[in-house]
Design a protein around this ligand. Structure first.
Ligand SMILES: Cc1cc2nc3c(=O)[nH]c(=O)nc-3n(C[C@H](O)[C@H](O)[C@H](O)COP(=O)(O)OP(=O)(O)OC[C@H]3O[C@@H](n4cnc5c(N)ncnc54)[C@H](O)[C@@H]3O)c2cc1C
Length: 484
């Protein structure tokens, strides 16, 4: 059986490993000259940066790939659980450490916000209940096959639908559970984990804190890019062939069956094709003559991001690996994103891997991945927006940390929605495929197989179950499940 895979993003790599484990012959075509897609890295003036994802959750889905191949993951890939998940800051100098230990987190909330810690524990318990009752089932299964719906576990989960808060917003659920405005903001921010808006997204998304707080947030030894590297190396050991700098031009279809790929004018026959390319561009560019699933392709995109990679010449003891400096008006921030622009007072996320991997920055320095939520690409004047937001973000960081930050920036690189789109063919620069802003949106992503073209499969952030590393790994697992 010969398998052709389009794209070596994290989902494409995982699919390649799974297909090779079946004993199939696997070829991966990748447009870039490196594996990993968004999960890549670069170095600037002695500072190493993870270019995309910074938060690692559900590491067992990576381990599973090694085990499937008969290897011990610990012989290759190491990670540690973070004792502190995130450092939170507000303009009024409130600071809060989100400890991994739920009791310690609850005590911290009592001390810093004067709120009964019980509320945090209840919110985390609600999150766990939703995940156990339905999250796991719907994330790990194809929703587009009849046998899924005849499964007794799925039937039980369906009966509990009224408890999933599908028809109340995430903000409404959080307001009821934790009440204090700063705590509501903190729990609302989990909507950004799939590029959604907490004031519109269903309360179902309150399952997300369970991933980070109860299952855990982790740091992979060597940084996030090591996830890519280790899965890539595993695929090579299994005999997968990679073709870099080889953008696929067409999926060849004959009599309703995918029969091969066209790459740089050459035709490659395959028995099955898996596309890890964004769904929108897979149809638009690789299947222009086929019937398009218009409703799916019109779905609202997830938000994008503006990232300033700053080499910093100073160390900041009050910052940790993950840091969030909140805006004063979170609702307004999302309203403006919806309108295609960025607020004057954006929430700023700073990730600093040199806290865990000191070799990522020169001695006495830190590597700051500074991210601001941005709307998807719609022809905005990005250069003007970037220069305004850079100034406002630096002013905010300086105010909150009490140190003028600009003078400590040694070097800078930028990623914006335009470059996210052009580097990985992600439609409109969205980070996570489609948004989950409508009650049923999480269930309406593109299936992991084509309904019209036999032998054609889909994995990655724009297909079911969605974006983010764990879900992308699951999309490859579902392809493995549904492929005969
Ligand atoms: C700035 C940023 C921060 C993020 N933060 C997090 C985080 O903290 N945690 C988290 O879990 N997730 C995070 N994400 C989301 C996560 O990175 C993605 O969901 C995930 O990496 C997507 O993987 P993928 O396999 O779907 O596709 P991609 O990484 O988009 O890879 C697709 C690959 O296909 C290739 N390709 C496209 N078209 C063709 C073609 N025609 N021929 C050949 N190759 C082609 C592309 O070059 C690319 O390599 C973040 C994303 C970004 C950009």
């Amino acid at each position: 059986m010969r398998i052709g895979i389009i794209g070596a993003g994290i989902a494409g790599l995982a699919a390649a490993v799974r297909m090779a484990c079946r004993g199939y012959e696997v070829d991966v075509f990748e447009a870039n000259d490196y594996p990993g897609g968004k999960l890549s890295e670069f170095t600037l003036e002695g500072y190493r940066f993870d270019a995309g994802p910074s938060l690692f959750t559900m590491p067992h889905y990576v381990d599973e790939l090694f085990r499937l191949a008969g290897e011990n993951p610990r012989d290759h890939f190491h990670y540690e659980r973070l004792p502190t998940v995130c450092h939170y800051f507000w303009e009024d100098q409130t600071r809060l450490l989100a400890h991994a230990d739920a009791q310690a987190f609850a005590r911290e909330v009592e001390q810093q916000l004067g709120v009964p810690g019980e509320r945090v524990l209840q919110s985390l318990a609600d999150s766990q209940m939703k995940y156990e009752a339905n999250g796991r089932i719907f994330l790990e299964k194809s929703l587009h096959r009849l046998d899924t719906w005849f499964d007794s576990q799925v039937a039980k989960a369906m009966l509990k639908i009224p408890r999933y808060d599908l028809f109340r917003s995430m903000n409404a659920v959080n307001k009821k559970l934790v009440q204090h405005p700063k705590l509501v903001q903190l729990f609302n921010r989990f909507a950004t984990y799939n590029g959604s808006n907490p004031y519109r997204a269903p309360g179902l998304l309150t399952i997300i804190p369970h991933f980070e707080h109860s299952i855990g947030a982790f740091y992979p030894a060597g940084g996030m890019y090591n996830i890519t590297q280790q899965i890539y190396q595993l695929a090579l050991r299994l005999g997968v062939r990679f073709h870099f700098n080889q953008p696929v031009d067409r999926i060849r279809v004959h009599n309703g069956q995918a029969i091969g790929l066209q790459v740089a004018g050459q035709e490659y026959p395959f028995d099955r094709i898996i596309s890890n390319m964004d769904i929108f561009f897979t149809y638009q560019r690789l299947l222009p003559d086929q019937r398009q699933p218009k409703r799916i392709l019109r779905q609202e995109k997830s938000t994008s991001a503006l990232i300033f990679y700053w080499g910093i010449k100073k160390e900041f003891a009050e910052l940790g690996l993950h840091n969030i400096l909140f805006s004063d008006d979170y609702r307004r921030e999302f309203e403006l994103l919806q309108q295609g622009t960025i607020t004057d007072d954006p929430t700023v996320y700073i990730n600093i891997t040199s806290k865990y991997s000191p070799e990522d920055a020169p001695p006495g320095g830190e590597n700051w991945f500074t991210m601001i939520n941005a709307p998807f690409e719609a022809g905005q004047d990005w250069d003007a927006l970037i220069s305004r937001v850079r100034e406002q973000a630096q002013a905010k960081i300086s105010r909150i940390l009490g140190t003028p930050i600009t003078e400590h920036i040694a070097c800078e690189a930028i990623l914006d929605p335009r470059t996210i789109q052009s580097r990985t063919s992600s439609h409109l620069g969205s980070l996570y495929g489609t948004a989950s802003n409508k009650p049923m949106a999480a269930f309406l992503r593109h299936p992991n197989f084509s309904r019209r073209i036999d032998n054609l499969y889909f994995c990655g952030g724009s297909a079911h179950p969605g974006g983010g590393i764990p879900l992308c790994l699951l999309s490859a697992k579902i392809v493995d499940d549904v492929m005969p």
